[in-house]
Design a protein around this ligand. Structure first.
Ligand code: UN1
Length: 498
């Protein structure tokens, strides 16, 4: 049955329309005419109400013992598991990814729930000796306050979970601003947080347009932290504004990830990795493989293996059981990917397969793009340097391992990376020399697990890492505590000299 969901904001424990009556809609990217959800176009005054609610709730929430805060997140994990299939269906319908991947998206949220909730009974600080007698020293983590989470459409459940779950366990309150393309996924997710019984105001949801609600959140004087995942352009604005308004800020932006295939690699394995890394999620992952750096000895063979495999990938709606590759999220992104084909040709790259908007049969109802392999790419070409965010991979030939690593590093980004080799020495050299937040040996560039740090070096990020225990460093600040039980004034650096 085709139905459309009427999404509302969630503020202070209540489902509300925005103050202004301006309604937007999300569509099924596999079928443009199908409205998946309507949602409010929130304005500055809605932001003010949500911030006030989150601020007020913070005073209580920060004092709830962390293990008790974590109990709510365990419950969210259980509810996500119960509703996994329903959520996965919705993700497929609103965002377009195949059901198997959509289930993975929800599973990442579940994993994150149980992992983050476990931190409720850890949140370790340190104790350390004082340089003075009869004095005790320790560090404790403090929550930061009201956190605004601005999240993208490509992982509409996993990424909000990565951010909200550790933020809440650490004692912060949260306002989620999801991408305009996936409001229904965010609404269903927040319904689950609400059903877990979180007190009013602890988690809030504001729908709307980035330039309006996102901007109002980033500029709001009563927000303490912004956690943003999205484009480098928007991230630059978010970072600059947070610098000016002295907010804590965690940025996760673009990538131009590469997989290296050396001449000694298991080529079938490397092929599986390349196909999944480049075309999984239609290339719409920050971690997607958008460059394949191939040793000259295997280049020709590997290229023909790749093209043969890529040609067989079946495009279609995410909820169709035969679909390998779903649609692109929207018309604008589809045009953007298409634009890069022109750029590739102009720069002298050769389109080996794909390169066009896919329109056969039912595909014309959605925003599909053929899996594309670009050959004769040199490291200076725009298609080798700019994030395309579509099912497009650029092939670059190299003569040596050292050249491969140098080209892999020759980018302003530094999120994920991968090397296929059977040579243990090369593997360790790669682990040492690659400039990226994530390196895979004999695995594709995608596949991050929630208990390891996630994020990138250089212009991918701003030094923070999500997930793992490193998420705690985003959502808490350290306090050093000294307890002097000597009963007299003891001056550090002076009285310890005897
Ligand atoms: C993203 O692309 O924004 O490693 C997140 C992966 C996923 C997460 C990707 N677990 O590709």
């Amino acid at each position: 049955m085709i139905y459309s969901l009427n999404c509302q904001n969630y503020i202070n424990g209540q489902w509300l329309d925005a103050r202004a009556e301006n309604i937007l809609a999300s569509h099924n990217p596999a079928n443009k005419t199908e409205v998946v959800a309507t949602f409010p176009r929130s304005q500055v005054e809605d932001v003010d109400i949500a911030v006030a609610a989150a601020r007020q709730a913070y005073q209580h929430w920060r004092q709830v013992p962390a293990p008790a805060r974590a109990e709510y997140i365990f419950r969210v994990g259980e509810l996500l598991a119960e509703h996994k299939e329903e959520l996965a269906q919705l993700i497929s319908r609103e965002m377009g990814k195949p059901l198997t991947e959509a289930r993975g998206d929800v599973q990442e949220g579940i994993d994150c729930a149980f992992y983050s909730a476990g931190e409720g009974r850890r949140l370790f600080g340190q104790t350390t000796p004082s340089e003075m007698p009869n004095k005790f020293a320790m560090t404790v983590r403090m929550p930061i306050g009201v956190c605004a989470l601005i999240t993208p459409w490509n992982f509409p459940v996993a990424i909000p979970c990565w951010k909200a779950m550790p933020a809440l366990v650490c004692g912060n309150t949260v306002i989620l601003k999801p991408a305009e393309d996936t409001p229904a996924c965010a609404t269903k997710l927040i319904e689950i947080f609400a059903a877990a019984g979180l007190p009013p105001g602890v988690i809030n949801l504001l729908h709307g347009v980035g330039e309006e609600v996102g901007k109002a959140l980033v500029e709001h004087p009563d927000i303490d932290l912004i956690s943003f995942t999205g484009s480098s352009e928007t991230g630059a604005y978010v970072g600059a504004t947070c610098g000016r308004t002295h907010k804590r800020v965690c940025l996760e932006m673009g990538g131009k990830n590469a997989q290296v295939v050396m001449e000694d690699a298991d080529l079938e394995l490397a092929l599986d990795g390349a196909v999944w890394g480049a075309f999984g999620t239609t290339g719409q992952r920050c971690t997607a493989t958008s460059r394949l750096i191939l040793h000259r000895d295997i280049k020709e063979k590997f290229t023909s293996m790749l093209c043969e495999r890529a040609k067989k990938l079946r495009l279609g709606a995410g909820n169709h059981p035969d679909t390998d590759i779903g649609p692109i999220i929207n018309h604008r992104q589809q045009q953007r990917v298409n634009e890069y084909m022109k750029i590739a040709r102009e720069e002298g790259a050769e389109i080996l397969i794909g390169g066009e908007i896919a329109t056969e049969g039912e595909l014309k109802q959605g925003y599909f793009f053929q899996p594309t392999v670009l050959d004769n790419v040199t490291p200076k070409m725009r298609v080798a340097r700019e994030e395309i965010f579509g099912p497009v991979v650029a092939l670059i030939e190299v003569n040596t391992f050292e050249e491969a690593i140098a080209i892999l590093n020759d980018t302003k980004y530094g999120l994920s990376s991968s090397v296929y080799t059977r040579d243990i020495n090369r593997a360790f050299a790669a682990m040492r020399d690659i400039e990226a937040g994530i390196t895979y040996i004999n695995g594709p560039t995608i596949g991050a697990e929630v208990h390891l740090p996630f994020g990138g070096v250089k212009q991918t990020g701003n030094g923070h890492r999500e997930a793992g225990t490193t998420a705690l460093d985003v959502f808490t600040e350290w306090k050093s505590v000294y307890v002097d039980f000597s009963g007299s004034l003891q001056r550090a650096q002076i009285d310890n000299r005897g």
